[in-house]
Design a protein around this ligand. Structure first.
Ligand SMILES: *Cc1c(COP(=O)(O)O)cnc(C)c1O
Length: 809
């Protein structure tokens, strides 16, 4: 193609004519999108197979990242940047009479994930390719991604996200690499001719796992990895031989429907777990297909013997969701490859590494024993055996732990504990920020830590600075490059050089202008989406992330109400205008989270329509928060709300994205906020509230009475009373369940407890914001120190410390 406009334009013209059956005069934005995506795809296809061939030829080790979620968002702009043709593509689009934005928006936002965990997987793939590490992401090609959120009369309405309605130009169906996955049936044991036991499966339901491959391009390096997403299909023909009874049988049971349901939709829940048999099917479907694929590739391409499988593959499991991969690899190695238990176990435990993402009790996955046993009888037998051997080794090797065996066991009380399976079957377990890893070691997994101290390690999360700075904030990126040169694009730690400009008045002035321009762009979007106008000189105070009680959107609303009440009492009060921006989806069956969404929207409509305050306060709820919406909001953020109850947010990555775009954080000492604070120093961040140890101490020993705060702090009393006395328009006692949760369930997330510190800290924010020079210096410091939070750093740590992986040079 390449790097000249004429050629690119010509190619686009040909694509429009030959593939879209249109012309440069008649084409739509959608035609232009397909034409350009197709050019990029053709351009990378050679590098894609070259990457795979080189990996195989050099017997290079590969990491396989197993995840039930990949929150990739749109790929078009990312790929244009990586392949070095963004500018000529934009020129071409303009020449055709369109805005680049409008054309890029034609791509569906691939929302195959809920939030941070899924987005982490996507950022990791980006860094792996950009750093030339051989890697493959394995996931599910859900026909419906995370629901689309509409807000109607203040309430969240969920609509299906049929993202594949139009053709998805990045994927390649690889039917020839489809594999069968079996469910149910019975296991028959006999003696094999080799003298070992043989396990045959009878009357199983067979599902075909058909891979769809998406290229993952590296930045400026001709390296292209694969994201392989499996789709569940009916084996065709329906078994062999096909009798009329077979056909009738399938129809009668709605068999085809059942099968395609497996890749039907993404479970819209990332922190509390629903006990659904279908979810279990999805998990096994993913891991079985991926492992069969790895084994097949190993046998085709590797000179190594199976005992050296772990020299060819490291498998990272993203939370416990894919942890059935452990018994599945055992099954394949024993039943198919005829290895002994000990041989198979040795290989397995040298291959798997597990990432823990949460300490919230309700998110710890367990499956009813009967469900696992009936759906996956052979897998259950293997888990049972792993458990037996584990408990036996505890009994004999750790007599001091004997009374702890029931609590450490993988199967107990007729439940199978996936975290325990993952811990026992992996050689590494990592938390995702320093505090989180320490909580795992010292509290949640304390006994496992004494058993396997060498397994535990920390890998603080990261985000790809190429998407979250270079792509989404081009004006800031050029300002940075003008100041310190382009090195930071390959080596994000070089951002630290910006500190040289911390006192450079003209530079600070430019920074300020960039932020102002980004705020103007977001204001336009807000107007377009909501019809609301916002004050571009106000503080853009942003709280975007999934809605969860522990993330404490409610605390933010209480601050807003506090300001509102103050202003109503004293309209002359000299406050800096604020625009509060929220974006959040609530899991559809999470009642209190949906109530909080309603509450935010009710408060928004009262405040936005009150002439006494509307020049000073605005509350905007942007619906359908997803990667594309995040990309618009983050460059315009002044203040980043990271206010989770300390100890609950494992890491957070939203905090990193905002910091990298110059926002200043107001936050608790939780997750990666702590590491942000350590770098930028107390003078460049606003920290408040209970520490994790204090929260833990209240949990253990009591001593916190929410009602006392209600009785003693008139600000709190006023707000809580307003919640349900009809002030906010809805019928009386409207938000009574939120109210009861705070007062009768004693405020489980310490919203009231942290209220005073939060209000006070916001006053400091306001004072700091008024001094523009100092505020902009804080912006610069935040960007300068954000290099550590590039997922390049995270991936280099995983590669060298866990995977023992080398870049393919
Ligand atoms: C980064 C990101 C998240 C994670 O945000 P947190 O603030 O870390 O919870 C969730 N959703 C989307 C769309 C994201 O881009």
């Amino acid at each position: 193609m390449r790097n000249d406009f004429e050629t690119f334009f010509q190619l686009t013209k040909e694509k429009l004519e030959n593939e879209c059956q249109t012309t440069v005069d008649d084409c739509t934005a959608s035609d232009v999108y397909y034409a350009i995506a197709s050019i990029v795809k053709n351009d990378l296809i050679g590098d894609w197979s070259k990457t795979e061939n080189e990996t195989n030829n050099k017997s290079a080790k590969k990491v396989c990242y197993l995840s039930m979620e990949f929150l990739v968002g749109r790929l078009i702009e990312n790929n244009l940047i990586n392949r070095g043709v963004l500018n000529i593509a934009k020129e071409t689009i303009q020449e055709l009479g369109f805005e680049p934005e409008e054309v890029f928006m034609q791509e569906p936002d691939a929302a195959l994930g809920n939030g941070g965990l899924g987005r982490l997987a996507a950022c990791f793939l980006d860094s792996l390719a950009s750093l030339r590490y051989p890697a493959c992401g394995y996931g599910i090609r859900y026909r419906y991604g995370l629901f689309q959120q509409r807000i109607i009369q203040g309430e969240q309405i969920e609509l299906p996200d049929y993202w594949l309605e139009q053709r998805y130009p990045w994927e390649e169906r690889k039917f020839e690499e489809a594999v069968s996955v079996h469910f149910g049936g019975t296991v028959r044991t006999s003696t094999h001719e080799d003298g070992k036991l043989q396990f045959d499966y009878e009357h199983t339901d067979e599902v075909l796992a058909v891979p769809y491959d998406i290229p993952i391009t590296g930045f400026d390096n001709e390296f292209v990895n694969t994201l392989r997403l499996y789709s569940a299909e009916t084996p065709s023909p329906l078994g062999d031989p096909v009798t009329c009874e077979d056909v009738a049988y399938y129809h009668e049971l709605g068999h085809e429907h059942d099968i395609t349901q497996i890749s039907g939709y993404l479970y819209p829940d990332d922190s509390s777990y629903e006990g659904k048999r279908l979810r279990l099917k999805q998990q096994y479907f993913l891991v079985s297909a991926s492992l069969q694929n790895m084994l097949r590739s190993f046998k085709e391409n590797s000179q190594r013997t199976l005992n050296e499988f772990h020299e060819s593959f490291a498998i990272q499991i993203n939370d416990t969701h894919p942890s059935l991969a452990i018994p599945e690899l055992m099954r394949l190695l024993m039943d198919q490859e005829r290895l002994s238990w000990d041989e198979a176990w040795k290989i397995t435990t040298q291959t798997f590494a597990y990432t823990n993402h949460t300490t919230l009790q309700e998110a710890l996955e367990t499956w009813p024993k009967e469900m696992l046993e009936s759906l996956l009888p052979r897998i259950y037998m293997i888990i049972d055996e792993i458990n037996e051997r584990f408990c036996q080794s505890l009994w004999f090797d750790y007599p001091e732990l004997r009374e702890k065996i029931p609590e450490l066991a993988i199967i107990a009380d007729d439940q199978v504990k996936m975290a325990h399976l993952a811990l026992v079957g992996s050689f590494s377990v990592n938390g995702v920020a320093r505090l989180h890893t320490n909580i795992l070691k010292e509290q949640e997994m304390k006994t496992f830590y004494t058993l396997f101290p060498d397994r535990f390690n920390n890998k603080t999360n990261g985000i790809t600075h190429r998407r979250w700075l270079l792509q989404i904030n081009p004006s800031l990126s050029s300002l940075i490059t003008d100041a310190i040169g382009p090195k930071w694009i390959h080596e994000p730690q070089a951002l630290i050089q910006l500190l040289r400009y911390a006192n450079d008045a003209p530079f600070l002035q430019q920074m300020d202008e960039v932020k102002r321009e980004n705020k103007r762009l977001l204001s336009e979007y807000i107007y377009q989406e909501t019809g609301m106008t916002v004050d571009e000189n106000s503080i853009f105070d942003v709280h975007v992330k999934r809605l969860h009680e522990y993330k404490r959107q409610l605390l933010n609303v209480f601050h807003i109400l506090h300001l509102y009440n103050e202003l109503k009492e004293n309209p002359q009060l000299d406050v800096t205008p604020r625009t509060f921006i929220f974006g959040a989806k609530a899991a559809p069956n999470y009642y209190l989270a949906k109530e909080i969404i309603k509450f935010i929207n009710v408060v928004a409509s009262i405040i936005n329509n009150d002439p006494d305050v509307r020049d000073k306060l605005k509350v905007i709820f942007l619906e359908n928060y997803n990667v594309s919406v995040a990309e618009r909001i983050i460059p315009a953020t002044d203040l980043s709300e990271q206010i989770s109850t300390a100890g609950k947010e494992a890491s957070g990555t939203g905090n990193m994205k905002m910091m990298m775009n110059g926002a200043v954080t107001i936050g608790t000492l939780d997750g990666a906020n702590i590491e942000i604070r350590d770098l930028v120093g107390d003078e460049n961040i606003f920290i408040f509230g209970l520490r994790a140890e204090e929260v833990q101490a209240y949990h253990n020993n009591g001593g916190y009475m929410a009602r006392d705060l209600y009785n003693t702090d008139p600000r709190i009393k006023r707000i809580l009373d307003q919640m349900h006395n009809g002030t906010f328009g809805r019928e009386e006692r409207a938000f009574k369940d939120l109210y009861y949760n705070l007062l009768y369930h004693n405020d489980p997330y310490f919203v009231l407890k942290d209220f005073d510190a939060y209000i006070e800290t916001h006053e400091l924010v306001e004072r700091a914001y008024r001094n523009r020079g100092e505020w902009t210096q804080m912006n610069v410091a935040n960007i300068a120190y954000s290099g550590k939070f590039s997922s390049d750093r995270t991936i280099q740590e995983y590669a060298s410390q866990i995977w023992k992986l080398k870049p393919l040079l």
